[in-house]
Design a protein around this ligand. Structure first.
Ligand code: PMP
Ligand code: GLN
Length: 384
């Protein structure tokens, strides 16, 4: 008898599918979200130094103290939050593990999570794998703002979690102060309701906008798991190191799960990151660095038939291809990769119920020459 799937409706994730397609057709890969440039040499040297120094055995289960301490300092400076490295911070194998572990900590069979539609791909399957249910709430164009009245209406006694993501993947929008006000009011009104706040793009935020971290608000952070990824901060998506910040009562339960999901995260990388983080100028430079890429890509794309949607944060830009093709977004993305040599991500896999729209996602975390080559290929894409 075949094993009954716990996730019968889930296939291989779209990022793997599109990156494989990019390789197959030798296309420029603007699909999966990773930089095509390397991380800082200083960070690589620190890894080698720590490997050579013999820091190659298990790290403490919550992460090495040096890394948790400098993260607490960073959070204190950026978000004016009083975070205790021992009680509130757990180092994880990337944000994905932090998200999965937070969901494992909260969601029991029959519990419900509110997830905005579209959403990054890992939230809903993680909820389903613990026997939870998902209530999708649509973010509708043109602004893709959250309808907080609808959120209030859809909360039931089973609702245990609201998942937010700012800056947002794939929309490139950011939550505003008023959004966090409403979220905080809602959470106050329900005793057993927790927030999972995916803030991996905290430093990819543009035009002087302020990142609305849940950690800025003591009332909200008391009920929140805030998750981060060094993959996005230091151009090291392959290292899979991230962290979760949560109040003590949640961190205690989170770590009970964490110790059996991964136990501890690789040691030399943690030492390297702890040392590298001492220089705040490295991550404080990110908004300008990526804003310049966003603007370059936007200007280059002005010569194409794609209509770009605004990008306030993240390193993704959405392009509406209605003027080019009637194909659905999966077929269009495949056609674009095969016939025009540029791989993108279709938007429908981010939805529980995809709307009727013709949009693909471009990742602009690429060197300028690659953005230029991609745009010149895309300028040849016309309605035939
Ligand atoms: N959340 C969002 C919104 C993401 O885009 C990603 C991908 N970087 C993750 C979480 C997962 O991060 P990590 O690679 O650190 O697991
Ligand atoms: N976060 C990346 C993206 O949105 C992909 C991560 C992954 O491949 N799982 O493209």
């Amino acid at each position: 008898m075949a094993l009954q799937s716990k996730l019968p409706n889930i296939g291989t994730n779209i990022f793997s599918v599109m990156s494989a397609m990019a390789r197959r057709y030798d296309a420029i890969n603007l699909s999966q979200g990773f930089p095509n440039f390397d991380c800082d040499q200083g960070l690589k040297d620190l890894v080698m130094e720590n490997v050579e120094a013999g820091r190659n055995q298990y790290a403490p289960m919550p992460g090495i103290p040096e890394l948790r301490e400098i993260i607490a300092t960073k959070i204190g400076t950026l978000y004016n939050a009083d975070v205790d490295p021992d009680l509130n911070i757990t180092i994880t194998a990337g944000a994905t593990q932090a998200i999965y572990t937070a969901i494992a900590t909260v969601i029991r069979k029959g519990d419900n999570a509110i997830i905005f539609d579209p959403a990054y791909d890992c939230y809903a399957p993680s909820v389903l794998s613990f026997g939870g249910t998902v209530t999708p709430i649509a973010l509708r164009g043109p602004n893709f703002a959250i309808d907080w009245d609808e959120v209030e209406e859809k909360i039931t006694p089973d609702t245990k979690m609201i998942v937010i993501n700012t800056p947002h993947n794939p929309l490139g929008r950011v939550l505003k102060e008023q959004d966090l006000d409403r979220l905080e009011q809602i959470v106050y009104r329900h005793d057993d309701l927790y927030v999972l706040s995916d803030e991996v793009y905290e430093h990819q935020i543009y035009d002087g906008l302020e990142h609305q971290s849940v950690l800025r608000r003591p009332g909200l952070s008391e009920r929140s798991f805030a998750v981060y990824s060094f993959g996005k901060v230091f151009h090291i998506t392959g290292w899979k190191v991230g962290y979760c910040v949560a109040p003590e009562h949640l961190t205690t339960e989170f770590r009970k799960m964490h110790q059996f999901i991964t136990f501890a995260v690789n040691t030399p990388m943690q030492y390297a990151l702890a040392a590298f983080l001492q220089d705040a100028s490295k991550y404080m430079a990110l908004p300008d660095f990526f804003q310049a890429k966003r603007d370059l890509f936007k200007n280059l794309m002005a010569d194409t038939e794609f209509d770009l949607l605004p990008c306030e944060g993240s390193y993704f830009m959405l392009g509406d291809y209605s003027r080019i093709s009637d194909l659905d977004d999966m077929a269009f993305a495949e056609w674009l990769t095969r016939e025009h040599g540029v791989a993108t991500i279709p938007l429908s896999p981010f939805y529980s119920t995809p709307p009727d729209q013709k949009i693909v996602r471009f990742c602009f975390a690429k060197t300028d020459d690659v953005l230029q080559s991609a745009a010149s290929k895309l300028s040849l894409v016309i309605n035939e």
